[in-house]
Design a protein around this ligand. Structure first.
Ligand SMILES: Cc1cc2nc3c(=O)[nH]c(=O)nc-3n(C[C@H](O)[C@H](O)[C@H](O)COP(=O)(O)OP(=O)(O)OC[C@H]3O[C@@H](n4cnc5c(N)ncnc54)[C@H](O)[C@@H]3O)c2cc1C
Length: 382
């Protein structure tokens, strides 16, 4: 079986690797260089604290790979398990936290429900009287996305994947209802399957195949900040769910600070958006973080930062499905695509080779949900 993977980010690489492992003859096409789309701009967060079963299941299945990435792929991805802490300001959010923890525990994930004082033991800079409850998982953390790309890319090549960078897919070929390959700026490639792993460009690639998928490129920023009080490296990534403000330790006492604060969240052109940090946004992000932690204040220094793209669907869940015969979609991961890439690659291979996924039930991730009014609700988004 021949498969053509469109996109050389973490999802495309993981898919190509798993397809080759499953015996497929795989060509991966990346219009730029590997990992230089959203993957390189990610914060590298890996967590199991989601509010829908399917996201937790993708986390559990991916965690099995992240946990022994170095042994499997021979690359140390600097995976640091300093935990994730979600904090709630209202009783209504606290009630949802209790439900989420019960669901996660049911799926074998050891998340704890905490009172604010215990939350402050995990994150000593937390101004705990702003909050009524928290959830914590010490096995959550983050890794280096560029190293993960390197590990997957080498393993994919070793498994026989023909990795072609600087090669853009310009059209998707069809025969009746079936997708049969692609045209590129360097010629035609046939495939029994075409995998759309084009991230924030996936809507455009779907359109080439005559399919309308609701995947919107949206700009998100991160600032590297020198806090007024150092953020120790064992402090968890901490998110105030009410405001979306979050931070996590970086090296040497510095912190990454983020959040989406603007009501307006327009679609952007993925080939022509500003990749640099807006200083006004960064000042707001630090101000928001200073409202609920003692690490930041007006003296905190913004060192640098960047912007990247989330590929956003209406319910912040990806589309993972065979969209039409021969066309498998794995895109629309919002802010979770890095961490869910290992499981997604295996699922893509199952969809192509077996015709169905068994690692995780991805039926809820079919694009039919948007027509059937069965969209999921993921509350734990930043
Ligand atoms: C600021 C920020 C922080 C984030 N933090 C996290 C986090 O903490 N944890 C997490 O899990 N996720 C995070 N994410 C999300 C994560 O980065 C993405 O979900 C993930 O990288 C998606 O990977 P991908 O392979 O689908 O997309 P990409 O890495 O964007 O890869 C898609 C590739 O397709 C290529 N392409 C597009 N069109 C074509 C074409 N026509 N022909 C050939 N190639 C094409 C592009 O050049 C691109 O390289 C963050 C994202 C941002 C922006």
């Amino acid at each position: 079986m021949d498969a053509v993977v469109v996109g050389g980010g973490i999802v495309g690489l993981s898919s190509a690797y798993s397809l080759a492992q499953a015996g497929a003859d795989v060509t991966l096409l990346e219009k730029g260089s590997l990992g230089m789309g959203s993957t390189a701009r990610s914060a590298g967060g890996i967590r199991s604290q989601f509010s829908t079963r399917v996201n937790v299941e993708l986390s559990v299945a991916s965690r099995a790979v992240w946990d022994d990435f170095a042994e499997r792929f021979g690359v140390d991805i600097a995976y640091r398990k300093s935990g994730y802490l979600f904090v709630a300001r209202t009783e209504a959010t606290a009630e949802r936290f209790r439900e989420d923890v019960a669901m996660q525990n049911d799926l074998g994930v050891d998340t704890e429900y905490l009172d604010p004082a215990t939350a402050r033991e995990r994150c000593p800079g937390l101004i705990d009287d702003r909050f009524v409850a928290a959830t914590y998982n010490g096995a959550d953390g983050f890794a280096d996305p560029n190293l993960a790309v390197q590990g997957y890319a080498e393993a994919a090549r070793e498994a026989g994947v023909d990795v072609r960078t600087g090669t853009a897919v310009t059209d998707v070929r069809t025969d009746g209802d079936a997708v049969t390959g692609v045209d590129t700026d360097d010629g035609r490639i046939d495939g029994t399957f075409v995998v759309n792993a084009a991230g924030a460009w996936a809507g455009e690639v779907a359109e080439l195949a005559g399919v309308d998928l609701p995947i919107a490129p949206r700009r998100r920023q991160i600032a590297v900040v020198e806090p007024t009080r150092s953020v120790p490296e064992d402090v968890p990534l901490t998110i105030d769910l009410q405001t979306g403000s979050y931070f996590r330790p970086e090296r040497d006492g510095a912190a990454l600070v983020g959040g989406q604060f603007d009501e307006a969240d327009p679609d952007v052109d993925p080939d022509a958006y500003s990749e640099s940090l807006d200083i006004d946004w960064a000042a707001t992000a630090v101000e928001r973080a200073a409202d609920w932690t003692t690490y930041f204040d007006g003296d905190s220094r913004i060192r640098r930062g960047w912007a990247g793209l989330y590929a956003v669907t209406p319910d912040h869940h990806p589309i993972v499905e065979e969209t039409r015969p021969g066309l498998v979609t794995a895109a629309g991961f919002s802010g979770h695509g890095f961490q869910h890439a290992p499981a997604t690659g295996q699922i893509v291979a199952e969809l192509c080779v077996d015709g169905a996924a068994s690692l995780v039930d991805v039926d809820p991730l079919s694009s039919r949900r948007f027509e059937d009014g069965e969209a999921l609700v993921e509350r734990n988004v930043a």
